[in-house]
Write a protein that binds this ligand. Structure first.
Ligand SMILES: Nc1ncnc2c1ncn2[C@@H]1O[C@H](COP(=O)(O)OP(=O)(O)OP(=O)(O)O)[C@@H](O)[C@H]1O
Length: 457
């Protein structure tokens, strides 16, 4: 490293070794030690202010780094975890009012309705549920009602114990209640007992948001929460549950008793159309610098996303990637043509994330389905036996032993559970009996590309 940066680093080391904090102000050091010639002839000077040390180089003109982002002015607005504020929730007014009406009784000290929200991924379910819950808490406090909401990601807290611990911990304030909710180590029933005590001690109303409720390993917590008041577990506090799922069939799996108390109100969030997606993206166009977005870029991204899925999250991803592509190409504007490349990248990234950590055979099975889909115009899916044949070839190519047909069937089921493939049952009459067909829900080319990444290395 011959640049002035190497001198900078060396100087830092010298100071750390030679000048501990307590002698900094008293030691006289020859000027030459702190004025070091840089390779381009400039001198780097070290300044001391109290115990602070800083460096300066006159006439530094370093074009190694870009000092201002030429494309984005507030990229955070397009980040995956960004929760948009009120003005940026677009096209969900009806859903927001319906939800608000369902939980409204809480404001008068009555129990909010339990709600189940369905809808495909990226249709704003969690966003609207959190937004309405926060508004309820704010309005309740104006009416002297103490309210809060707890959010549980059931994909992460899949067991009853984990979920109840998360809720109890979320609503607790140990200095006020004197109750501790350790991360682990208590029995499920003890967590419940502490939760009920905390709720009664602190709140008039609590909403519990169970996101991806279908990932819970059983219905036990739903039974407990939806009947806590009725069963006399809590006296003062009124509890409402908002369950969120992107599996419309989820309700069919539910215990009848849970269904009757949890599904007092049900709402379905439809996928966004092109206009709504366009408005959602327009509301965040200030993520970009002025005049950087070509006028056709957002409409093109909206049309593409609406045609394929109606998912706002993916639409926003596409817009962000289009900006990053413009950045990497050194383009002055984010052009419409970047949207197509961005869409491929968004799909690829998402699928890569979806299968991260999956086993090699689970990947071979998917690869087999991708190969079959790419080699056929028929879209109605492939029988297990056919998938198995191609899977055997892939294993052969990889020099790997094959798993049994039964095990491959299980792997296909797991992929169906994750919505990577869709399964359908067919009857072949008395001669053939019934059989299952499997179809990729992802773009087969994306699946194949991601699964064969690194194979040529
Ligand atoms: N109506 C909207 N207005 C503005 N942004 C939205 C809207 N709907 C969704 N989004 C954006 O998309 C992201 C995903 O939305 P959200 O998490 O609510 O989807 P979801 O339906 O719960 O999806 P999943 O089932 O995958 O969890 C949000 O964080 C937000 O950035």
């Amino acid at each position: 490293m011959s640049s002035w940066l190497s001198h900078y680093r060396r100087l830092q080391r010298i100071r750390l070794k030679l000048l501990p904090e307590y002698v900094t102000r008293w030691v006289w050091v020859p000027r030459s030690l702190f004025e070091t010639p840089a390779s381009d002839g400039n001198r780097i000077t070290t300044h001391f202010t109290g115990n602070e040390v800083s460096y300066s180089m006159p006439n530094a003109s370093d074009d190694l780094f870009t000092r201002e982002d030429p494309i984005f002015s507030n990229k955070e607005l397009l980040e995956i975890n960004h929760l948009p504020g009120e003005g940026r929730i677009v096209g969900r007014d009806d859903e927001i009012s319906d939800l608000a009406a369902a939980v409204n009784p809480a404001i008068f000290g009555q129990s909010p309705s339990n709600v189940l929200i369905y809808g495909k991924t990226g249709t704003g379910k969690s966003l609207c549920a959190k937004y309405v819950s926060q508004r309820l808490v704010d309005t309740a406090s104006e009416e002297d009602v103490t309210a809060t909401f707890a959010y549980v990601d059931c994909a992460q807290d899949t067991t009853e114990t984990q979920a109840v611990q998360t809720i109890a911990d979320g609503v607790n304030e140990p200095s006020e209640t004197g109750i501790k909710v350790p991360d682990k180590g208590l029995s499920t029933s003890t967590y419940y007992k502490r939760l009920w005590r905390i709720l009664d001690a602190r709140y008039d109303v609590v909403l519990i948001l169970l996101d991806e409720i279908d990932k819970l390993s059983d219905d036990d917590i739903l039974m407990q929460l939806s009947r806590a008041g009725e069963a006399g577990k809590i006296e003062r506090c009124k509890l409402g549950v908002i369950g969120i799922s992107n599996k419309i069939q989820y309700k069919d799996r539910m215990d009848e008793r849970v269904k009757s108390s949890l599904c007092e109100r049900e709402f379905v969030f439809p996928p966004y159309d092109a206009n709504q997606l366009r408005n959602i993206m327009d509301a965040r166009s200030d993520a970009f610098r002025d005049d950087v977005l070509d006028p056709s870029t957002i409409p093109r991204a909206a049309a593409l996303a609406a045609r394929e899925h109606g998912d706002a999250r993916k639409a926003i991803d596409i817009l962000r990637y289009a900006g990053e592509i413009a950045q990497s190409k050194g383009a002055q504007t984010v052009r419409e043509e970047f949207v197509t490349q961005a869409r491929e990248r968004a799909e690829t990234d998402r699928f890569r994330e979806l299968i991260r950590g999956s086993t090699p055979h689970s990947r071979y099975v998917l690869q087999a389905l991708a190969v079959l889909s790419l080699s056929s115009d028929r879209q109605e899916g492939f029988r297990t036996s056919r998938v198995y044949e191609v899977y055997e070839n892939i294993c052969d190519g990889q020099g790997s032993d094959t798993l049994s047909l039964r095990r491959v069937r299980d792997l296909l089921k797991e992929h169906a559970f994750l919505d990577i493939i869709e399964q359908s049952k067919h009857s072949g009459g008395s001669a053939e009996g019934s059989y299952t067909k499997h179809q990729l829900l992802e773009d087969p080319q994306v699946v194949k590309d991601v699964l064969t990444e690194g194979d040529d290395r």
